[in-house]
Design a protein around this ligand. Structure first.
Ligand code: ADP
Ligand code: MG
Ligand code: ZN
Length: 486
């Protein structure tokens, strides 16, 4: 169906209602119900056994670590941890699910309630959680080659997943993307999921409906399946909201359906309607005992929780006097926060360290497609370089060169400065000679400056810096130039 051109007004008179179901692959060594490894990228079907390929007569055994990870996540999101929880069979048949059912949870999930807080455009917002439950992932169907056949790789079959289901509390595509980013940050802080969206370790189904502003009841929703990037969740929802408003404005009605996001056309396409929806015929999994989580164990897990992104962000603002923007960046990843605090411990000024990390360090890491865990520069080396700026040994400009050299060679700032003769010239006599030379060579400009063209000061500073290879103390240069040109 085509989309009308809507006027701004239409968009303003409707409100979007969104709920996300986020699937996070848990970072356990072995699978949910067997001992097969969960490693990504191995030879197809090399990580399988009778349990995860669904041979008859075998019995699954619950992975204790996976339960612990789900509980960890639940505690971090302020959920109620169920003292009695159980697995259920969700029946459907696809070749990538060889048992003919997926072991999941239904009426008794591991965690219930709770919330995730997000900040959008400076406004804090709380998104309620419905539940967090555990389930096993399916394998992968591969459709390639020219023959009339497909392949199945069951390495992923049985990998432990958590499904984090939100209440329909989200109101815009941007909030949805922020919510997903926050979940990624939290699971990575907790060490329960690597958050690798390209590999599918974190993905979501986005449910969305629209309603006239002021209406209490929700509209009919569409579910957009299997979105694996923050950008896609935002774009898919933007498209879908417009599509639904377009239909309502044309006097049509929304049908409940499952849709697929197509990144090549930036549209969503219908996959199946409610009539074609699966009847999962859930029933309690008879091969597994219910999980009875004892208080002591849950308390132990609670005590082992790390400081989480929100708390760290608040602390960075109050303890280091950082702007919110800096605190957001520094706490976005545990490794970045750790690096920053190590630099401060080594004597770096917090705001200076933050600036160098946000601009230069991020730039260098991005060039090589590296993340913070792979950063070759050590926090103590940044602190050492900042010391050289503070005591006037090098200028801020030279520091950029020094910083790159530290990054590339692993040598300390002191050594690089000595080796390359980068020490700042603060000797007034030496600079004065060059200033005189520059003024003498640029008569016309000097006259114009004296006649009031103040902007030319930049030109003169530039000339002096050129002759000193950027090593002159900028403050001294400025002072001398103004004195001589007055
Ligand atoms: P279903 O039974 O179709 O799976 P659920 O009630 O389990 O639907 O909800 C699945 C997800 O959809 C949840 O994240 C929930 O918040 C969201 N959701 C439910 N109703 C709506 C609605 N009318 N509009 C948008 N999202 C919704
Ligand atoms: Mg559901
Ligand atoms: Zn197995």
């Amino acid at each position: 169906m085509s989309i009308r051109n809507y006027k701004e007004l239409d968009i303003m008179t409707y409100e979007a209602v969104i709920g996300l179901e986020v699937h996070a692959q848990m970072m356990t060594e072995s699978k949910m119900f067997c001992g097969c490894p969960t490693k990504f990228g191995s030879e197809p079907n090399s990580q399988t056994c009778p349990v995860c390929i669904g041979m008859p007569g075998v019995l699954p055994v619950i992975n204790r670590k996976a339960v612990e990870f789900a509980v960890r996540t639940g505690l971090a999101a302020d959920c109620t941890i169920s003292s009695y929880s159980r697995f259920a069979r969700k029946n459907y048949f696809y070749p990538d699910l060889p048992k003919g059912y997926q072991i999941s949870q239904y009426e008794l999930p591991m965690c219930e309630g709770g919330h995730i807080d997000i900040v959008v455009d400076g406004v804090k917002k709380r998104v309620g959680l419905t539940r967090i439950h555990m389930e096993e992932d399916a394998g992968k169907n591969i459709h390639e080659g020219t023959g009339n056949y497909s392949f199945v790789d069951l390495n992923r079959a049985g990998t432990p997943l958590m499904e984090i289901v939100s209440e329909p509390d989200i109101r815009s595509p941007k909030e949805a993307a922020e919510y997903m980013k926050k979940i990624r940050a939290i699971v990575r802080y907790l060490g329960v999921c690597d958050g690798n969206m390209e590999q599918g370790s974190l993905r979501c189904d986005a449910n969305v409906s629209v309603r006239p502003l002021g209406q209490k009841e929700f509209g009919v929703k569409a579910e957009i399946k299997n979105i694996n990037s923050f950008r896609f969740v935002e774009k898919a929802l933007e498209y879908e909201i417009k599509r639904q408003i377009g239909i309502l404005d044309d006097g049509g009605r929304i049908i409940q359906e499952t849709r697929l996001w197509d990144p090549s056309t930036n549209t969503t396409q219908s996959m199946r309607t409610k009539e074609e929806a699966h009847d999962y015929r859930y029933f309690p999994e008879p091969d597994l005992v219910p999980i009875v989580a004892d208080e002591k164990w849950i308390d132990e897990i609670r005590d082992s929780l790390p400081e989480l992104p929100d708390a760290k962000r608040e602390r960075f603002i109050s303890e280091y006097g950082l702007p919110e923007y800096d605190a957001d960046f520094l706490t976005s990843e545990k490794a970045i926060a750790q690096w920053f605090e190590d630099a401060v411990k080594a004597g770096a000024n917090p705001k200076a360290a933050s600036n160098w990390m946000m601009v230069e360090l991020t730039g260098l890491l991005n060039e090589e497609n590296k993340n913070m865990d792979e950063c070759p520069l050590k926090p103590v080396q940044l602190a050492g370089m900042l010391r050289l700026i503070d005591n006037g040994t090098i200028s801020g400009k030279i520091a950029k060169t020094v910083f790159e050299e530290i990054y590339k060679t692993g040598k300390d700032a002191d050594a690089i400065v000595k080796e390359k003769g980068l020490i700042q010239i603060s000797d007034t006599g030496e600079i004065e000679k060059i200033v005189d030379e520059v003024i003498a060579k640029n008569h016309a400009e000097a006259e114009r400056f004296r006649a009031g063209d103040e902007k030319l000061i930049g030109f003169f500073v530039g000339q002096v810096m050129k002759l000193t290879k950027g090593k002159a103390n900028p403050q001294v240069v400025n002072d001398l130039l103004r004195k001589k040109l007055s």
